[in-house]
Design a protein around this ligand. Structure first.
Ligand code: MN
Ligand code: MN
Length: 456
């Protein structure tokens, strides 16, 4: 049989169901611009569906629904299956961090009688895309007294916003000669936050004024920036794109476009044979490092806790068996073919908008370097599962062989012994402040993950 791709809208799909699912997703996107906000909202939605904290259970049995928050920035949810954990589990793993600008620990300064916050970008960005566009400030500050202040200022629906300025074209002769990576340099990504000086003060009068506003409105002093996690994200909220409303434009599709369907699929899983686990990781965009990234031992801890509470014994042998017999869909985005930039794509093996989820047997760069490679047997299992459940899918590599590359959490999960394959939603303008996905593909991700958790 010939391998032929088909646009999803030319198949038997229900537009109404697809569009309805995307409303929930847009709401999630608008509420969740950081990993902390994503964890909070995911927990809220999970509790509505009867999920309880893992630590609230002494013992676990089939059908129990639990969640475990890891240091406020990553999250595990599980539905206990009828089989033992050591028989293996089904994991869908997405990430909830996204490229952005972090504030430096000592960010506030004044120059030219304007006040700014200095940033250090997080993840792979085209720096010039972050200038001359409305930006918001999200995060937490822990004050001297130990109080946590939640910050969320400058979104589309607020009456103030922030911006990083760019040079006017009239005076940009020298700037325009630079290569795109240097047009805006990292140290130029300074957020404009004020311009009124405190009257009759000699030095840094504008900065002084900003500090007094921070003190009055938020109870924050300058030193408090040292114990803070403040992130600059685009102000824009998620919106339908196109006259046919077929696409969604938003900040942070990578990887909330997989995290949300993964979350929805575990929230709608009632009973399963293998324990279903939804893993929402942090720090993927900087290499899955640290104690909230996919490389951390938290996955093992969760499996040990589950084995302990189901009574099968939290031994190392059981843990290694569980990992060795588990399956994982590494739910991350892929680069959708962009007709405006055809050169780096290989048309027979690239992701396409409206063609359903993209399965990537491997990722990596320069000869599959830095990638796990899913086995033929696993590809067969997934392909059969998706075909049986009406999931539209296609295979995709991230661009041409020597065009560049990238990675996901797949390799770190696979290193544990888990049979892992990448499977996610195609994205246009990936890592830009406003990325684009197809509603049909988002819904297919939900269908795919739901089928994976509920396979018989
Ligand atoms: Mn990603
Ligand atoms: Mn990414």
């Amino acid at each position: 049989m010939k391998y032929e791709l088909k646009n999803g809208w030319n198949t038997e799909v229900d537009k109404e169901i697809i569009f309805k699912f995307s409303e929930g997703y847009k709401d999630f996107l608008t509420k969740c611009k950081t990993e902390r906000e994503s964890v909070k909202e995911a927990v809220r939605l999970a509790e509505e569906c009867g999920f309880k904290p893992l630590e609230s259970y002494e013992t676990l049995r089939e059908g129990d629904k639990v969640y475990a928050v890891n240091k406020l920035r990553s999250l595990f949810l599980a539905v206990i299956g009828s089989e033992k954990i050591s028989e293996g589990v089904n994991i869908v793993g997405a990430h909830i961090d996204a490229p952005r600008l972090d504030l430096k620990p000592n960010p506030l300064f004044e120059d030219g009688e304007l006040a700014y916050l200095k940033t250090h970008y997080y993840g792979g960005i085209k720096k010039y895309q972050w200038t001359a566009t409305p930006l918001a400030l999200h995060g937490v500050v822990i004050t001297k007294s130990g109080e946590t202040v939640d910050i969320r200022i400058g979104d589309e629906n607020d009456d103030i916003t922030f911006v990083i300025t760019d040079l006017l074209p009239h005076l940009a002769m020298e700037q325009m000669k630079k290569t795109a990576s240097d047009v805006i340099e990292g140290e130029q990504l300074n957020l404009l936050i004020g311009s009124i000086p405190v009257k009759d003060t000699e030095k840094s009068a504008v900065k002084e004024n900003i500090l007094s506003i921070l003190g009055e409105k938020y109870g924050i002093c300058e030193e408090d920036f040292l114990s803070a996690e403040l992130q600059i994200v685009p102000s824009a909220n998620a919106k339908d794109v196109g006259l046919d409303r077929s696409l969604i434009g938003s900040y942070g599709h990578d990887d909330r476009v997989c995290a949300y369907p993964a979350l929805m699929s575990i929230l709608t899983t009632e009973a399963c044979d293998k324990t279903a686990i939804c893993m929402l990781s942090d720090k993927e965009e900087v290499g899955s490092m640290g104690n909230t990234g996919a490389k951390s031992d938290f996955t093992k801890l969760i499996l040990l806790e589950l084995m302990n509470k189901t009574g099968e014994g939290a031994t190392e042998l059981n843990l290694l068996r569980a990992l060795d017999r588990s399956f994982c869909l590494s739910a991350d985005v892929n680069a959708a073919f962009d007709p405006g930039f055809p050169a780096p794509y290989e048309k027979r093996n690239c992701a396409m908008i409206n063609y359903g989820v993209a399965i990537s047997k491997y990722t990596g760069a320069r000869g599959k370097s830095g990638s796990s490679d899913a086995s033929a047997e696993l590809m067969s299992k997934i392909r059969t599962l998706f075909n049986k459940n009406g999931v539209l899918w296609h295979v995709a590599e991230l661009g041409k062989v020597d065009a560049g590359g990238g990675g996901t959490i797949a390799q770190y999960v696979a290193n544990l012994g888990v049979e892992t394959v990448d499977c996610g939603v195609p994205v246009l303008s990936m890592h830009a402040p406003f990325e684009v996905v197809s509603k049909l593909d988002v819904y297919m991700a939900y269908k795919a993950f739901h089928a994976f958790f509920n396979e018989d």
